[in-house]
Design a binder for this molecule. Structure first.
Ligand code: SF4
Length: 377
């Protein structure tokens, strides 16, 4: 195989070998996954949304729970956002959960509950991008549209020596055209499945299984020992550190939480009152008017600070500490101040039922019910 020659100059023999080998490999090595047994656009869409940025082992139980609770797109469209986010809890990237609901509602409202079979039409729906649209039209409707995800980028760049930077938008078309040329029209779904599965389990990011790879003789990366350099990925994502101080105002059995509004990864989820600082800061140094008011005017008693919890997201590392401020009742004026800060009172059972970021859910699960030690301030 010559290195990355123009796709239009590939001879059919060079394209056929690829689809034949990868489809044969797939038949012998594929994992049995429930969404592979179906042509239902709803189930395929659901699995694809759940599996974005999520490993199969982690996503599988979520898929099964969603199918159980919402067997059809109509059932899902009738759910509340809180029900969906509650079921989504732990998967992260909560905008996917919100988009899931928005998309289901749009399909019911504008498409009579049927997924469109057009690649471009699907991309007008919330949360459906090029890759997901291609997966749906090929798996559910048998259309010859390549599904280009990270796996496809990796396999194609390595086998054919394609060095276009996959971080750049214009490279997508290059890979799409290669895959389109390689895809045999007899079964586009099989080709897409095989390419993804091969990238996910064989030609992996680290330690690809070159020794027993069907492309050993043709693979550019293997022959040039370039597995570690392909695909080329230019810009690195900058990771930001954030320091969060969660204050759990508690009056009797009630604790105060606030629903995240505005755009952001936790939009629509509930969390405790939070003060963010630019670095690690002790509680005594927190410059927060609400905390100061509660401590100085309302007799709030500060509990013991939790150990720092670290939570890693794709672009952020969160360092969170929690502390309860216990109140001897809650005056009308204080309720008003809490309301101005969008804080609502919930008992323990209600908190269990709220959709929460996994960081808050874990803390609540593990720590909150334990006996806490309060110190006089
Ligand atoms: S030989 Fe190695 S790098 Fe090349 S396709 Fe196979 S597993 Fe991937």
């Amino acid at each position: 195989m010559r290195e990355h020659k123009q796709i239009q100059h590939l001879a059919s023999a060079e394209t056929d070998f690829f689809s034949l080998k990868i489809e044969k490999w797939y038949g012998e090595n594929k994992r049995n996954l429930p969404w592979r047994e179906t042509k239902s656009a709803y189930r395929i869409w659901l699995s694809e949304i759940i599996l974005q940025q999520t490993r199969v082992a982690q996503g599988l139980p979520y898929y099964q729970r969603f199918i159980e609770v919402f067997p059809s797109v109509n059932d899902l469209a009738e759910a509340t956002e809180e029900q969906v986010l509650r079921l989504w809890q732990g998967l992260g990237y909560y905008s996917r959960g919100r988009n899931l609901l928005a998309c289901a509602r749009k399909i019911v409202r504008e498409y009579h509950g049927e997924f469109p079979s057009s690649y471009s039409e699907l991309q007008k729906l919330p949360g459906i991008g090029r890759y997901t649209a291609a997966a749906i039209v090929s798996f559910a409707f048998g259309k010859a549209v390549p599904a280009i995800d990270g796996n496809a980028f990796r396999v194609l760049s390595r086998v054919f020596g394609i060095k276009n930077d996959i971080a750049q938008g214009k490279s997508f078309r290059v890979f799409f055209d290669w895959a389109k040329k390689l895809m045999h029209p007899r079964d586009p779904a099989l080709f897409n499945q095989a390419l993804m599965e091969f990238g996910a389990t064989w030609c992996t990011h680290k330690n690809p299984r070159c020794g027993d790879c069907p492309f050993l003789n043709e693979c550019y990366a293997f022959r040039n020992k370039a597995q570690g350099h392909l695909p080329v990925k230019g810009k690195k994502t900058k990771v930001t550190d954030r320091y969060l101080h969660y204050i759990i105002f508690q009056a009797g059995e009630q604790r105060f939480l606030k629903k995240r509004s505005g755009k952001g990864i936790w939009q629509g989820l509930y969390e405790f009152y939070c003060v963010e600082t630019s670095g690690r800061t002790s509680w005594n140094e927190l410059e927060d008017p609400l905390l100061r008011h509660v401590m100085e005017e309302e007799g709030g008693v500060l509990g013991q600070e939790s150990a720092e919890l670290k939570h890693v997201l794709s672009h952020q590392r969160l360092f969170a500490v929690f502390c309860t401020v216990k109140l001897n009742g809650c005056s009308e004026s204080l309720r008003r101040i809490f309301a101005e800060n969008e804080l609502e009172a919930f008992d323990e059972e209600q908190i269990h039922g709220l959709p929460k970021p996994v960081l808050i859910g874990n803390y609540f699960q593990n720590q909150l019910s334990e006996q806490e030690v309060f110190v006089e301030n």
